[in-house]
Design a binder for this molecule. Structure first.
Ligand SMILES: *[C@@H]1O[C@H](CO)[C@@H](O)[C@H](O)[C@H]1NC(C)=O
Ligand SMILES: *[C@@H]1O[C@H](CO)[C@@H](O)[C@H](O)[C@H]1NC(C)=O
Ligand SMILES: *[C@@H]1O[C@H](CO)[C@@H](O)[C@H](O)[C@H]1NC(C)=O
Ligand SMILES: *[C@@H]1O[C@H](CO)[C@@H](O)[C@H](O)[C@H]1NC(C)=O
Ligand SMILES: *[C@@H]1O[C@H](CO)[C@@H](O)[C@H](O)[C@H]1NC(C)=O
Ligand SMILES: *[C@@H]1O[C@H](CO)[C@@H](O)[C@H](O)[C@H]1NC(C)=O
Ligand SMILES: *[C@@H]1O[C@H](CO)[C@@H](O)[C@H](O)[C@H]1NC(C)=O
Ligand SMILES: *[C@@H]1O[C@H](CO)[C@@H](O)[C@H](O)[C@H]1NC(C)=O
Length: 274
């Protein structure tokens, strides 16, 4: 009998906690809405309203256990705005997708509080400023898409800490500086795109060519110099695309290319290779 009572008590406690939690994420999402200055199709205007559960709002997915927001997907909604620091309060977030809108301003450092984040898709916007080095402490991040923005500064070496990373897409920004050799620690990386930053310079660290999971390397349209290792393909068994045109690479074309047996495409033109 005491056991049964304990169970009922525990269950009602859980029910109360779940109910309370439906509103836990509401202030953070309303803060985001308040930072959206243009919503031409009124996706959020009449839908993200305080009297309804955030779990029914457009673009939101909650987990059924805790009723917390696990996914926020506002992809391709023609929204203009900035990301407020309150985003860091969505502590259960696993996926954040704001791609293909007109978000601008810099990324709030509070993003580093999203310890469960696996997918961060911010491509095709007008974000500015540095890539926050704190992103390097997100322990579960797998996909980091920042392509087609106006990010400046250099690639944070701290990203080499996130061994869960599968995809880094930084193409078509205004990044400069070198490719950090710490990226070579990303033993699960499949896609690494730096295309079209114009200013990324220095040599390609040899550690990059040791990431045996790599399928796609695209560093075209930068200022990379130095030569390619002759054994470039020795440790890249699944590489499909090696895109390096429009740089300042010199020396000879690696004799090991035949060892990239999955290769589908290679571009080396507009370099100083012999
Ligand atoms: C919401 O749920 C989480 C995880 O179950 C819990 O740690 C937190 O205390 C809850 N918050 C509220 C306000 O009930
Ligand atoms: C986000 O929403 C878009 C448009 O509705 C959809 O195509 C895409 O698959 C969604 N992404 C994720 C990660 O759920
Ligand atoms: C971006 O969003 C616009 C407006 O919703 C849509 O027409 C376009 O196809 C999207 N582009 C991409 C690359 O998804
Ligand atoms: C959410 O984040 C903001 C800014 O980081 C902070 O000031 C505020 O206290 C947080 N709110 C809640 C409810 O946690
Ligand atoms: C990108 O940022 C630079 C430096 O802040 C600025 O001069 C330039 O106009 C921006 N470009 C775009 C396309 O926003
Ligand atoms: C991540 O990497 C940086 C530089 O590579 C290092 O200094 C730092 O201690 C690391 N941080 C964490 C949280 O692992
Ligand atoms: C990451 O790479 C750097 C430089 O290549 C190396 O010095 C460091 O020990 C590596 N860190 C880890 C945690 O493997
Ligand atoms: C690449 O990996 C091989 C085999 O594990 C090792 O001998 C070599 O030192 C590594 N090279 C670099 C630059 O990390």
């Amino acid at each position: 009998m005491p056991f049964v009572m304990y169970c009922i008590c525990a269950m009602s406690f859980l029910a109360i906690e779940a109910t309370t939690n439906i509103t836990t994420d509401q202030p953070s999402l309303l803060a985001l809405k308040a930072h959206i200055s243009n919503d031409p199709h009124s996706y959020l205007a009449n839908n993200w309203i305080a009297s309804t559960s955030v779990c029914n709002w457009v673009g939101i997915t909650c987990d059924s256990q805790n009723n917390r927001v696990v996914a926020l997907n506002l992809t391709s909604m023609s929204l203009t705005g900035t990301i407020p620091p309150h985003i860091g309060n969505l502590s259960f977030l696993v996926q954040l997708g704001l791609g293909n809108n007109s978000f601008h301003g810099s990324l709030p450092v509070e993003l580093v509080h999203l310890r469960r984040l696996e997918i961060l898709l911010l491509g095709l916007n007008s974000f500015q400023g540095d890539i926050p080095s704190g992103l390097g402490s997100l322990p579960k991040l797998q996909y980091l898409y920042l392509n087609f923005n106006n990010f400046t500064g250099s690639i944070p070496p701290s990203l080499g800490n996130i061994t869960t990373l599968r995809s880094l897409e930084f193409g078509n920004n205004n990044l400069q500086g070198i490719i950090p050799e710490e990226i070579g620690n990303l033993t699960n990386l499949e896609t690494f795109i730096l295309r079209g930053n114009q200013q990324i310079s220095g040599t390609i660290p040899p550690t990059i060519f040791n990431i045996s999971s790599l399928k796609m390397i695209n560093f075209a349209w930068n200022r990379l110099s130095g030569s390619l290792p002759d054994d470039l393909c020795q440790y890249l068994p699944v590489l499909q695309r090696l895109i390096l045109h429009r740089n300042q690479l010199e020396g000879s074309i690696p004799s090991s290319l035949w060892q990239c047996r999955e290769l589908l495409g290679i571009t080396l033109d507009d370099n100083k290779l012999t």
